[in-house]
Design a protein around this ligand. Structure first.
Ligand code: AMP
Ligand code: MG
Length: 639
């Protein structure tokens, strides 16, 4: 997806409210505002360009030499559409993603989510939308589109130019003539733009750590104390950092490990021009190119095999029998696939007019990878294709981050281990098994600390030993406010652990923070006790943080969402995020469709085994009607 998208930062405004300096160039948190936007946008797209009409050298300096900075083609500060026009002229990819230069907090999944909507809704343009509340109208919620945060097809350029030719300049007006997919983002604050010097000053301090961060005001329908899920995720992401230690491993052992260094290609791949087909290598100039030209017969002077090149130069009128992967013989630049030959003689081949173009079926040296270029970037989880790619470069060992060690235990007096008899009022401990599975799939080394009773001393001992052994600790149960929920107190005693009531379902309570003992420190994720809530909160909160600790590039830590149409109405109230278990399938129209698994109680684990995706109903979203597109997270790839 990333390779299909060019990013465009719109910095073409006059910036008058900020004095003489352009908005994008204003100093902000140690650098310029546009550098923040660039930093957030770059990992999501293939290349980034900047549209600005003044101070072009300053923008170039702020962005670095690799970024193209270009002015409008129209004159006289004609607004964002003029910048878009310039961007579309520049854009060499299928899609263009726009963001304004004064939005330093833009979401890390902006491209991914807009792309998913564009694809599933077959739209021309996808635009971000958030829910806001109208203070004038007693806090009534309304949808706020953010038209300059959009992903659009580059092929819309003629349509845009036709619109501009009518004299119209409004972005919203242009959108009316297109098929637009609206994508709801929970975190309205990510779209904040900074318009005045006073706002700039207000946002200057870096966000504080979780313990000290005031809980933001909840939305009207929600629990006033509940923290929106995006906020919790951001607070966690701000604190964790990758483990520093690395190790060198053989290519095969690097599967599912996180690359700690860029892999620079030592060679061109392929190393030489070669044939993509079995056939005849020939000189393009010998082809019967003119319309009406008769067939041409070429003399076959030898054969080239993969691994056994033909080294003589083919003269005009000559060709060489060639196999797939064989080096192109000197003088030849095109390959006629053997099945397209008009006739094949003892030592000749005949080719009719119009069969192939000059240059056809020739693979160029370096077309896969260029010597000196980054073949794989650090922060990538090594998949099978990556192992192959590394091998194709002749590299036998790669540097990966050391494995993350994660300790986990279950809390609760009612829990019984496998093999124990199940006394009245007791349940078998299932959370340790789901956690074992989820952590193992993530490639962590796991330390299973068993079941810990609802007893302060036992909890303290378990946390201390987990701290000694692991980088992170995951517990389940005991974080809500029940009479036997001691975990909270002990966690708070051993470190700075924040307890959140999250505006989500399932899985309201969550604890996060650092636990420290004399022997070590570890990040702690205190998950709720209910089995489905454990899994959902692991996937949504613990997993992104663990991936970051493993060294995964931040842009790739969030679960990927895609879209499907709901086959049933889903009830939901705004003010919290709901994760429902779904079954996605292909509908009669070939598009993805999703239904719920039925009972959605947070203790019903069978619904989790039945499901193949999680349906995400965003914070601000109300109910879903039949046929509405909804966001889904596929288990495939997640688990
Ligand atoms: P708690 O958050 O400790 O109040 O637990 C909430 C619910 O989840 C209770 O019904 C517990 O019995 C259940 N529960 C907690 N831990 C586990 C576990 N490890 N396996 C299965 N159920 C659990
Ligand atoms: Mg409990």
């Amino acid at each position: 997806m990333k390779s299909k998208i060019t990013g465009l930062i719109l910095a073409g405004g006059r910036g008058t409210r900020m004095g003489r300096v352009d908005k994008g160039l204003q100093p902000f948190r140690g650098t310029t505002m546009i550098a923040h936007v660039l930093r957030r946008l770059a990992p999501q797209v293939d290349t980034v360009a900047i549209n600005a009409n003044r101070n072009l050298p300053q923008y170039q300096a702020a962005a670095g030499a690799d970024t193209v900075v270009m002015p409008d083609q129209m004159s006289g500060f004609e607004g964002p559409l003029a910048g878009l026009q310039a961007g579309l002229h520049y854009c060499a990819t299928e899609l263009l993603l726009t963001a304004p230069c004064d939005s330093p907090f833009l979401p890390a999944d902006l491209a991914a989510r807009l792309y998913a909507a564009l694809e599933t809704e077959n739209a021309d343009l996808a635009v971000a939308v958030t829910m806001e509340t109208d203070e004038q109208d007693g806090g009534a919620p309304y949808r706020q589109p953010h038209p300059v945060f959009s992903l659009l097809k580059a092929s819309l350029l003629p349509q845009l130019e036709a619109y501009l030719a009518t004299g119209a300049r409004r972005v919203e007006g242009w959108h009316k003539s297109l098929r637009v997919a609206e994508v709801m983002f929970d975190d309205a604050s990510a779209f904040r733009n900074i318009n005045t010097l006073e706002e700039l000053k207000r946002h200057e301090p870096e966000a504080a750590t979780p313990a000290a961060t005031p809980v933001p005001a909840a939305s009207p329908a929600g629990d006033p104390d509940a923290l929106p899920v995006d906020e919790a995720r951001r607070l966690i992401a701000q604190r964790v950092t990758p483990v520093a230690a690395t190790e060198k491993v053989a290519v095969c052992s690097a599967l599912d490990r996180v690359l700690a260094e860029d892999i620079i290609s030592p060679i061109n791949v392929p190393a030489y021009d070669n044939s993509a087909m079995d056939g005849y290598a020939l000189r393009g100039a010998d082809l019967p190119l003119d319309a009406g030209a008769g067939p041409v017969t070429l003399k076959v002077i030898g054969a080239a095999y993969a691994g056994r090149p033909f080294e003589k130069t083919a003269a005009p009128g000559e060709c060489v029998r060639i196999m797939t992967g064989a080096a192109m013989p000197p003088g030849c630049d095109s390959v006629l696939p053997q099945e397209l030959a008009a006739a094949i003689g003892e030592s000749s081949v005949t080719i009719a007019h119009g069969t192939i173009r000059a240059g056809a079926n020739r693979r160029f040296a370096g077309e896969d990878l260029t010597a000196g270029g980054v073949a794989l970037a650090r922060g990538k989880i090594m998949r099978p294709a990556d192992l192959g790619l590394v091998a194709s470069l002749g590299i036998a060992e790669v540097t990966v981050r050391r494995r993350l060690r994660v300790a986990f235990f279950s809390t609760g007096d009612e829990l019984r281990s496998l093999g124990d008899t199940l006394d009245t009022g007791c349940v078998y401990d299932s959370n340790r098994y789901t956690l074992f599975g989820m952590l193992t799939r993530l490639g962590c080394e796991v330390v299973d600390l068993g079941i810990v009773r609802d007893d302060p001393a036992a909890l303290q001992a378990a946390l201390r030993s987990a701290c000694r052994e692991a980088d992170a600790i995951i517990t389940s149960g005991g974080v809500s406010e029940g009479a036997a929920d001691y975990t909270r107190d002990i966690m708070a005693l051993l470190g700075d652990v924040a307890f959140w009531k999250l505006a989500m379902r399932p899985g309201r309570p969550l604890a996060f923070g650092e636990v420290r003992t004399g022997d070590g420190a570890a990040w702690l994720f205190g998950l709720p006790g209910n089995p489905v809530a454990v899994m959902v909160s692991f996937y949504l909160f613990a997993r992104p943080a663990l991936l970051r600790m493993m060294g995964v590039d931040e842009a790739r830590t969030m679960p990927q969402t895609t879209r499907a149409r709901a086959t049933e109405a889903i009830r939901k109230r705004p003010g919290r995020t709901e994760y429902q278990r779904g079954i996605v399938s292909t509908g009669v129209d070939g598009g993805a469709q999703v239904r719920l698994t039925g009972a959605q109680g947070s203790g019903i684990l069978s619904s989790m085994t039945e499901a193949n995706c999680i349906v995400v109903l965003r914070h601000g979203q109300a109910g879903v009607a039949v046929g509405d597109p909804v966001d889904i997270i596929l288990f495939d790839g997640l688990i």
